[in-house]
Design a protein around this ligand. Sequence first.
Ligand SMILES: [Zn+2]
Length: 178
Amino acid sequence: MSNVYLSVLVLLLWLPCAVGTVQAREQKSRYVTLLFADKQVLREFHDNLRMNRNLSHSMRKKNVLTVADEVLAKVDIVIEKVQIVLDMFPDKYHIRLVILPDRDDVARIYRNKYGKRVTHIAYYSLSEKTIYISADDTSLRVLAHEIGHSVVDHYFKVRPPYNIHELMAQFAEKHVTD
Ligand SMILES: [Zn+2]
């Protein structure tokens, strides 16, 4: 058995246990409960989530000590921005954000839950109020899109049709950098 194969196997066995149990690291902010397997994954997510000038400006007011603090501060700012863009401010907004190493992990979790093969780099689960995202593929636009889905989900008492949901998420993605 090659080393590469072995480490992939170990990862396959380990990941489903790590996410959603006490083994995963968990941190909370006002809007988000953050879950991640280890610091390396968190660091990659952080590095790929590049804020534009306006959003970075809001960061300066935040008191951050650790990478997790900084990630939470960034995500909270993106959430506030998406709410402004959509002009939707739901009362009790809180989501889980599960940061996974790469898109294969996202696909695996999706397949375990829904039995379907997908190539998503991220998705928002309506029933779990949870964003699953690949740290490897993270960008401001990808995160804003999924947060768009979550804000729409929290805002409407009656769920809008799928195409409208998607349209609003795309709108959030497009205008988060305005
Ligand atoms: Zn979407």
